[in-house]
Write a protein that binds this ligand. Structure first.
Ligand code: TEU
Ligand code: CA
Length: 547
């Protein structure tokens, strides 16, 4: 069995990974073409974001058919070839199951719209409160009310995301059976991992107006969620011990995560939570411009590490994915200390207790897009909020500044393979612009450079494999109130690991109150790091010490 505690997962957003037929859109053949690169990095799993048939209003998170591959990405044969080639290299595939909603183009929804009661019951249709007033005041995550009116029925359907993403009715057993069938279909194709999109939103509670928030408290970690996950486990992936699973938990509580990812819960192997990535929000409000709160960031990560450990539950640990801005732009430095800060951020995550996820391009320190015109943005969420911000009275200039920080497109630009045209991603016109810094930030310039960010990631992945303490050790927070240091301790069978990082671009000191003379430095992002009991760390300096 693949030991997921020693494994690292690499996330691929195929659309922006590598294009083999020059239509400007990355494809499955493009993933196969780059498997040796991924193998060289040393990861164990590839998580592929959805490539199923879809109108692509939310880049594939709006699924029209779960059993077929969207032509833009290739064919089933391409998928099978990818699976075989990955297997040859000891890499397993993790697929993205979008089960909270389907595209409104899905035949189930189309049948529902035609009035077929069976299929209407697959979704959540409700009467309005009165003429012209939706059933509840809940807000869609992409802006606007979460209900769409269907005149024919004089009813509304629920869409927590885009209006073309209709929420499924998981309280209907037939829906749950359909989901099981889909998982089994992909299991038969040899798939050994599943990521479940916003899976903690599938069990809806009361349909009531929310006067305290946007409605999320009524459907997040809902009343039957644990039952539905246990059922999914029992009927599908739980029958194969080799399969690993991760649930994307939106606005979840840690108490629920003990159960979602508890060693004995029979739900999922691990969870993504996002509280540590809201430290540059205002509460739940993402579309604002505020500096990130370092103390809060530390506090949240420390709390999840400590408590999940105490409860024998497992985290997925990460900074980046296709919904998040690039971490080096967000918490690091893209100028003078680009390399040092990117390596420091990598070390912080990869030595934690949990399975690390790397999002494509992170391993070479890719940055935010810094788009300056709305025509460069493609994401439905960004396009909607650009309008909403201006309706709220912000100038276009201010709205742009906010998009530059928070837009999901920041991480969706093409992978920068080389210094050639379009960063070697395509010979056609890329579906979204390539970032101009590809001339110096690219894969080619890093794979053979011993000191590159890429090679630092490679070392971290190896360290986890070679050191049980990284995979299995307990966690303890250090320097909790220090204004610039992010440090923690791991312990396992008499060994101790200290992970000490300067999170800022200036020199800092920290009196460790420990005797560090017996420790050995096993990783650093500077040529030579001085180890003293009162530590002085240079800008973004990061060291890993072992005893
Ligand atoms: O994302 C869930 C989600 O709620 C957020 O990551 C969301 O993008 C963000 O909070 C908005 O500010 C998942 C997928 O990862 C995302 O790409 C999809 O758009 C979404 O579900 C709907 O399927
Ligand atoms: Ca293509």
């Amino acid at each position: 069995m693949a030991d997921f505690k020693k494994s690292t997962v690499y996330q691929i957003y195929p659309k922006s990974f590598y294009d083999t037929n020059d239509d400007g859109i990355g494809d499955l053949k493009g993933v196969t073409a780059k498997l040796d690169y991924i193998k060289d990095l040393g990861v164990d799993y590839i998580w592929l974001t959805p490539f199923f048939v879809s109108p692509q209003n939310d880049n594939g998170y709006d699924v029209e058919d779960y059993y077929h591959i969207d032509k833009r990405y290739g064919t089933m044969q391409d998928f099978e070839e990818l699976a075989q080639e990955a297997q040859k290299r000891g890499i397993r595939l993790m697929l993205d199951m979008v089960f909270n909603h389907t595209s409104t183009k899905h035949q189930w929804f189309q049948k529902a719209l035609s009035g077929d009661e069976k299929y209407k019951n697959y979704y959540i249709f409700k009467k309005g409160k009165k003429a012209g007033v939706p059933p509840t005041n809940w807000e869609s995550k992409f802006g606007g009310n979460a209900w769409e009116y269907v005149e024919k029925f004089d009813e509304y359907y629920l869409h927590l995301f885009d209006v073309t993403q209709a929420d499924l009715n998981w309280d209907n057993e037939e829906v749950r059976k359909e989901m099981q069938k889909i998982i089994k279909f992909w299991m038969k194709k040899g798939v050994k991992g599943f990521r479940f999109d916003v899976v903690n939103l599938i069990s809806k509670g009361a349909f009531e107006d929310d006067y305290q928030g946007d409605g999320r408290r009524f459907y997040t970690d809902g009343p039957n969620i644990h039952r539905y996950l246990k059922e999914l486990h029992e009927t599908t992936f739980g029958t194969d011990a080799e399969i690993i699973t991760v649930g994307e938990m939106s606005s979840t509580s840690i108490e629920n995560c003990y159960e979602y990812a508890g060693e004995k819960s029979n739900e999922l192997s691990m969870v993504f939570s996002f509280h540590h990535l809201k430290v540059d929000f205002m509460g739940n409000e993402k579309w604002v411009m505020v500096p990130f709160d370092f103390q809060k960031l530390k506090h949240i990560i420390f709390q999840w590490q400590t408590k999940m450990c105490q409860h024998n539950a497992w985290n997925a640990v990460f900074w980046c994915n296709h919904d998040q801005p690039r971490v080096v732009s967000r918490f690091g430095n893209t100028e003078k200390y680009w390399k040092e800060s990117a390596k420091m951020l990598a070390t912080v995550i990869h030595c934690l207790r949990g399975t690390p996820y790397i999002y494509q391009g992170e391993e070479i320190g890719m940055t935010n897009a810094n788009f300056t015109h709305i025509s460069q943005y493609k994401d439905v969420e960004s396009l909607n909020h650009f309008k909403i911000l201006q309706q709220k009275g912000l100038s276009a200039e201010n709205a742009y500044s906010i998009l530059q920080i928070h837009s999901r497109d920041n991480s969706r630009t093409p992978i920068q393979w080389t210094a050639e045209k379009n960063a070697g991603f395509t010979k056609g016109t890329p579906w979204i612009e390539v970032i101009k810094n590809y001339t110096h930030i690219n894969v080619e310039s890093q794979i053979n450079d011993e000191n590159s960010i890429f090679n630092h990631y490679k070392k971290l992945i190896q360290l986890r494999k070679e050191n049980n303490i990284i995979a299995y050790g307990d966690f303890e927070a250090l320097a909790e109130n220090h204004s610039a240091i992010f440090a923690y301790k791991r312990t396992y069978q008499g060994e101790t690991l200290l992970v000490i990082n300067n999170f800022y671009g200036y020199e800092v000191t920290w009196d460790t109150e420990m005797n560090l003379s017996q420790y050995q430095c096993i990783l650093s992002n500077y040529a030579e790091s001085k180890i003293e009991n009162i530590l002085t760390l240079r800008p973004y300096e990061s060291i890993v010490l072992k005893k």
